[in-house]
Design a protein around this ligand. Structure first.
Ligand code: LLP
Length: 403
């Protein structure tokens, strides 16, 4: 049991709390699902990029899936070895590509023919060979929220099968490119196995067809996307997930590379705020808390559901309330018509499943400093990011103030 009262007394609110032991258990469960097969779990740093979180996974042998050179640098700082770092994303700048090649990471996930050309040119300038993988867009509907679906041709991600084949041939004929992997990622918060199986089947067929022309790949990168329980979702079991993928590979001797984000961190995280006050507009009741959409954007952006718990002495009956923050936007809410008892000043409101795409999608909107983050491990609590101060927020502007 997490002692939210004691922790928030010490570290104040709003506050992110992460249970590192839960992250360990999730990592171990997924890793074990691929037992008997060569596999690398490359933690998707975007889900929660706090250095201590990335380091926690690095210590367990995790790699890192990065989508900017900033994330690549974080991975290095956290102790992830170069040979377990991959760099994905639809738009990489020349500088980012250059640094990734110089750092000799495992591979760059290439997402277009034009990008393949840039990577080749930059590798040539550096007199290096760049290991690459190509992200295939299998045109499969992942059956998730449209904003986090990525595997349809309507989405900007990856390349279609025929382009991919052309790109592999080009890469194989290049002195500066080494095609080592193939990648797909059809979406996030996936709760159905069938779209994953179909995609893996399509991509494995491409691997076989490449093999007939003597292009032999080493890594089968299945992306991330495993869904978690926010509410009462029926989720995919890691074992079934792994079996579905391995079933598509048959005799292909490839190392599985998996890029889990949300599965590892979401349900390890709690976002805790204090009640400022309650108010009522006509019939409508609101609980105003000190956390806001700048701390946790998912409800505002995707109408995402997060389970809420409260710590209060109130014994009265629950009634539907909107839980809102102080930001001047009607979208600044954590839940609508949520059943809660009447709450008092300083009662705690805990937003669950906040460990993935929580802090990282935060901002300083309304000149609000970002919350502190703490980790709990083996019953011990420690600060892993201090609260931002007003001075932090203005530091990049003050030197330009006209006298
Ligand atoms: N690999 C690639 C190439 C990705 O694009 C993503 C997530 C992952 C791995 C990790 O996916 P996960 O295992 O976490 O589902 N902000 C949204 C989620 C965006 C996901 C973007 N890509 C949200 O809050 O739901």
């Amino acid at each position: 049991m997490i002692d939210f009262k004691a922790i928030t007394q010490e570290y104040k609110t709003p506050l992110y709390i992460y249970d590192f032991d839960y992250m360990t258990a999730q990592y171990n469960e997924l890793k074990a699902a691929f037992k008997g097969r060569k596999s690398i779990l490359a933690y998707a740093v975007k889900a929660n990029s706090n250095l201590s979180v990335v380091k926690h996974f690095a210590k367990m042998g995790s790699g890192a899936d990065c989508v900017s050179i900033g994330e690549v640098r974080r991975a290095f700082l956290a102790g992830v070895p170069a040979y377990r770092i991959i760099f994905s994303g639809v738009g990489k700048t020349d500088d980012e590509i250059r640094e990734a090649i110089q750092k000799e990471i495992l591979y760059i996930n290439v997402e277009s023919e034009a990008e393949l050309g840039r990577v080749e040119l930059i590798a040539k300038e550096l007199n290096k060979v760049s290991r690459i993988s190509i992200r295939v867009n299998p045109n499969i509907d992942p059956k998730t929220h449209p904003y986090i679906s990525t595997g349809l041709h309507d989405n900007k991600f990856g390349v279609d099968l025929s382009s991919a084949k052309r790109m592999y041939i080009k890469a194989n004929n290049s002195d500066n490119l080494d095609p080592v992997g193939i990648h797909f990622h059809i979406g996030s918060q996936l709760t159905e196995l069938q779209p994953i199986r179909e995609s893996a089947e399509i991509v494995a067929d491409l691997v076989r067809s490449l093999s007939t022309i003597n292009i032999e790949l080493k890594f089968f990168d299945i992306g991330g996307g495993l869904g978690i329980k926010y509410d009462d979702e029926v989720t995919i079991k890691p074992y079934d997930y792994a079996q579905a993928i391995l079933g598509c590979l048959n005799a292909l001797d490839l190392t599985i590379l998996c890029e889990p984000g949300r599965f590892l961190t979401a349900n390890a995280g709690y976002f805790v705020s204090k009640v400022l006050y309650e108010k009522q507009n006509g019939e409508k009741k609101f609980v105003v808390i000190d956390g806001a959409m700048n701390d946790l954007l998912r409800p505002a952006l995707y109408s995402a559901y997060h389970k809420i718990d409260v710590i209060t002495d109130s014994k009265e009956e629950s009634r539907p309330v909107d839980i809102v923050g102080p930001v001047c936007e009607s979208g600044d809410f954590f839940a609508k018509d949520y059943p809660l008892p009447p709450l008092a000043h300083n009662d705690l409101v805990i937003v669950n499943s906040a460990g993935a795409y929580g802090f990282g999608m935060g901002s300083n909107y309304n000149t609000r400093g970002r919350s502190a983050e703490v980790a709990i491990e083996d019953g011990k609590v420690r600060l892993i990011r201090r609260r931002e101060t007003f001075e932090d927020l203005i530091a990049l502007e003050t030197e330009f103030l006209e006298k």
